[in-house]
Design a protein around this ligand. Structure first.
Ligand code: 3NM
Ligand code: MG
Length: 520
């Protein structure tokens, strides 16, 4: 088999431990996976004598050959030589690449585990045939991994090896399974280079039916992720819209009308303080609110065509488990998710919760104040005080931060403040509407998330436009409420704000977009 013909889409790494293989026969499990279409197999045995290992490898090589699939041996160049199989996979603590290449020859397939840009560049430079990039997510299969790099880490490596001109094949490894494989592929893709596939152990070897599991993974790998159902089609429209200076009325109007006409479900998993207010905001803009914090309900609710808001305002262990269930359900149904990382930097618990949520699913919109967005981006050492917002970044830095986070997470990022910044990673907008009065009452940040969820649930446009429309609707309503002569304090403001939200919706539905003249 020629090296360039190897199909890395689904790469099977074996594990004979009772916890994963159970009492089944390894050759049988691998053959089942080969029947499903696994394109490359690595025998990975951490225990056993050399003689025994060679026998195992020989038997497995016979199986792999039947399917014309290469067999590599983890770490053991001697075993690969003894068996005459197609190559080896070496880790950073194994034999060095140059020596392995010298012993095995130029036709052997040699893969290298890398978890940093430096290691990746070195392996490409040294002539590795492919890189196993990881560890993507923490995994019980291998607990002595050095670095959990996430999809952002994989992406960074892909970008940097592409920049250096290498075309080395790549797979990612570590905690990849059916529930995250599409997201891992999508979010890992660099600007110039994507992954060739994924390597898995337990998702196949530990499955009750390895053939069905491998087939399912391959189907997922070959089909567009549900959360991209209309994103791909809209991407074109988006770049065209942002190239020409857009006519606001023609983009904002349809979004607000769509909410009015479709009454989308806005499923809020939100904190105790804002449930009532957020539900009233949802009604005022024409959405159908449900405040449901129990994760088991999410699978049914996700089928109703709405969107989910995960508002981390009241975080506790039960809450977190519920968020993760709901996130998975909405991702699987291909319905959008808005993440509001309330108070993200305030406590260690919240910082960890942010990481857990970000690793567990795909988020369409991340919305927070400056401190929260900095924490989500990572590396923010400042201690955030409660959930209050304070600002230290310049306007240019804010715009750049939201754009970089949107690019990294492949989603829309909103940073709220006196001026709000919104980006999909390609276009970045600043919104100067709103009123300081929004900061004088509680729940106004949270119910902006609710408003955004309704707009992306019923959108007929790309996500960025939907989010922008929701923000303008929300902030201009607040401005109008604040300027009413009868509004002298926070109480009257709240009532007037709900009224203005509703009035803007009705005006827009009947074709009157004069309120939009206030947009800045
Ligand atoms: N290497 P599972 S993680 C063999 O990070 C291996 O280099 C890793 O197992 C690395 O698919 C890993 O069951 C185990 O999570 C992957
Ligand atoms: Mg190793």
């Amino acid at each position: 088999m020629r090296k360039e013909d190897i199909d890395y889409t689904l790469y099977l790494v074996t594990d004979s431990s009772p916890a994963i293989l159970g009492d089944r026969d390894l050759n049988h499990v691998v053959e089942e996976a080969l029947k499903a279409g696994v394109g490359i197999v690595q025998l990975r045995e951490k225990k056993g004598d050399t003689r025994e290992l060679i026998e195992k490898a020989r038997a497995l090589h016979q199986v792999a050959k039947k399917y014309n699939v290469p067999l590599l041996i983890n770490d053991r160049v001697d075993v690969a030589l003894a068996v005459g199989c197609e190559g080896v996979h070496i880790g950073q603590d194994d034999m060095d690449l140059a020596t392995a290449r010298r012993l095995l020859g130029k036709d052997a397939i040699i893969g290298v585990t890398v978890s940093s840009v430096e290691q990746a560049l070195e392996a490409c430079q040294g002539g590795a045939d492919y890189l196993g990039i990881g560890t993507v997510y923490a995994t019980p299969t291998k607990t002595n991994t050095k670095d959990i790099i996430g999809t952002a880490g994989v992406r960074n490596i892909l970008d940097r090896i592409a920049d250096a001109g290498y075309t080395t094949r790549t797979v990612s490894i570590g905690g990849v399974n059916a529930s995250n494989v599409q997201r891992v592929m999508f979010q890992s893709n660099g600007l110039r280079k994507g992954l060739d596939g994924v390597a898995v152990v337990s998702a196949i070897v530990g499955a009750a039916n390895p053939q069905a599991a491998a087939l399912n993974l391959l189907t997922l790998l070959k089909s567009p992720p549900p959360f991209l159902s209309d994103l791909g089609r809209k991407a074109q429209a988006l770049s065209e819209a942002s190239a020409a200076k857009p006519d606001l009325a023609s983009i904002v109007g349809p979004v607000i009308r769509a909410v009015h006409e479709t009454t989308p479900l806005s499923h809020n998993m939100t904190n105790l303080v804002v449930q009532n207010f957020a539900a009233n905001v949802a009604l005022a803009i024409g959405a159908s609110p449900i405040m449901a914090n129990y994760g088991e309900e999410a699978a049914d609710l996700a089928k109703l065509g709405g969107a989910l808001v995960i508002n981390m305002g009241t975080v506790d262990p039960d809450g977190l488990a519920n968020y993760l269930k709901a996130l998975r359900a909405y991702n699987e149904a291909g319905r959008p998710v808005v993440f509001d990382p309330v108070g993200a930097g305030a406590t260690t618990i919240r910082r960890e919760a942010v990481k857990t949520i970000m690793a567990a699913g795909y988020l369409d919109v991340i919305k927070g104040n400056e401190g929260e967005i900095k924490t989500v981006f990572g590396g923010n050492k400042e201690q955030q005080r409660g959930v209050d917002s304070s600002s230290t970044l310049s306007a240019a830095d804010k715009a750049s931060l939201v754009q970089r986070l949107a690019q990294r997470e492949k989603c829309v990022v909103v940073m709220t403040g006196k001026t709000d910044y919104v980006s999909d990673g390609t276009s970045t907008w600043a919104v100067d509407n709103g009123t300081p009065r929004l900061g004088a009452v509680t729940g106004t940040g949270c119910s902006l998330g609710t408003t955004i969820s309704a707009a992306i649930a019923s959108r007929k446009t790309d996500r960025l436009t939907a989010v922008m429309a929701a923000m303008l609707h929300y902030e201009i309503a607040a401005e109008l409420a604040d300027q009413r002569p009868d509004v002298s304090g926070p109480g009257a403001f709240l009532a007037a704000f709900l009224d203005e939200l509703s009035r803007i919706r009705m005006d827009t539905a009947s074709g009157n977009l004069s309120w939009l003249e206030r947009a800045k």
